[in-house]
Design a protein around this ligand. Structure first.
Ligand SMILES: O=C(O)CCC(=O)C(=O)O
Length: 265
C-alpha cells in the first residue's frame, strides 16, 4: 500500500484565474482520470468554506429538518446510542443539497463544475449527495465496492467528488483506492457486512491510501474500487460527496421510480 499525496494526478485549482476548462491541462486531467480512475485536486476549497459546511450540517443534527436524512452508526443505533451525543454518533447525512442553500451553492460551485464538466461534459445532473461523518473512535469502515453497483444508471461511467471537510488521514479513515480498477468493468457485489466485493477482487498490493488535507477534492469514476477504514482517531473525519450524471447517462430502473434530477450546469 502506498500513500497518494502529491503523486502524479494531483492538481491545484482547475479554475485558478479562469473557468475555461478547455485550457491545455484539462486534457492531462482527463488522461489521468481515464488511466487511474481518479484525480485529486489538492486544497480546491478553503478551510473557511469547509468550516461553514460543517457548521451548517451540525445545525441540522441539533435541529433536524424534514427531508434531510440522518443515519446513526449502526453499532450505536442498535444500543440506542445512549452513551454519545447525537453529533458524535452520526454516520451519514443525505439530501442536504435539496434542503439547504449553502450545500446547494456548494454543489454548483464553479470549481466543482469545472472538474465535472471536464470529466463528464454538460449538462450535468446531480443524483446523490451525502455527508460522510465518520465520528471519532466509532466511525465504521466502508468495505471495498464500486459505486455503480448501487445505482440504476447507465453507462457505468459516472463521476463523484469526495471533498475532505477535515484532514483525511490513515488514522481517521481516508479514502483507499485501487488505481486503474475502473477499467475492469462491474464486479459482482454481495450483501455481507455491507454491499461489497469479496477479497479476491481487491489487489491490496496496488492499494493507494489518499491522505488529503482539508479542502481537497477527489474526483473518481463510479467503477473505481474504493474503501475507507474505521476511524480510530480522537476526531471526526467528515467528507462531502456529490455524484453526477453527464449528458450520455440515463436511468435504467423502473420508469416510475426515476428520481427528479437536479441540473447543475
Ligand atoms: O466516506 C466514506 O467513508 C466512504 C464513502 C464511500 O465510499 C461511498 O459513499 O461510496
Amino acid at each position: 500500500m502506498s500513500q497518494g499525496r502529491l503523486q502524479a494526478g494531483t492538481y491545484q485549482s482547475l479554475t485558478k484565474g479562469s473557468s475555461d476548462v478547455t485550457k491545455p491541462h484539462s486534457a492531462s486531467i482527463r488522461a489521468d482520470y481515464e488511466k487511474h480512475g481518479y484525480v485529486l485536486a489538492e486544497k480546491l476549497f478553503s478551510e473557511d468554506e469547509m468550516d461553514a459546511l460543517m457548521a451548517r450540517a451540525a445545525h441540522y443534527v441539533e435541529h433536524p429538518k424534514d427531508g434531510i436524512r440522518i443515519q446513526i452508526e449502526p453499532r450505536l443505533a442498535a444500543d440506542g446510542h445512549q452513551s454519545l451525543r447525537p453529533i458524535d454518533a452520526v454516520r451519514k447525512m443525505e439530501q442536504l443539497v435539496a434542503h439547504d442553500d449553502l450545500f446547494r451553492e456548494f454543489s454548483r460551485d464553479p470549481r466543482n463544475l469545472a472538474y465535472f464538466e471536464t470529466l463528464l461534459g454538460s449538462p450535468l445532473r446531480l443524483f446523490r449527495d451525502a455527508l460522510m461523518w465518520k465520528p471519532a473512535r466509532v466511525g465504521s469502515a466502508k468495505p471495498y465496492h464500486q459505486d455503480s453497483a448501487y445505482w440504476s444508471i447507465a453507462p457505468m461511467s459516472l463521476c463523484s467528488v469526495w471533498v475532505a471537510l477535515e484532514d483525511a488521514t490513515l488514522e481517521n479513515g481516508c479514502m483507499r483506492v485501487i488505481p486503474g480498477s475502473h477499467t475492469q468493468g462491474i464486479i459482482e457485489h454481495h450483501h455481507l457486512e455491507d454491499f461489497m466485493v469479496t477479497d479476491e477482487h481487491v489487489d491490496l498490493a496496488r492499494e493507494v491510501a489518499l491522505e488529503m488535507p482539508k479542502g481537497s477534492a477527489l474526483f473518481f469514476h463510479s467503477l473505481l474500487l474504493h474503501a475507507t477504514s474505521p476511524n480510530t482517531s480522537e476526531g471526526s473525519r467528515r467528507a462531502m460527496i456529490l455524484s453526477c450524471m453527464g449528458p450520455d447517462h440515463a436511468w435504467t430502473g423502473k420508469p416510475e421510480e426515476e428520481p427528479e434530477w437536479l441540473v447543475l450546469g
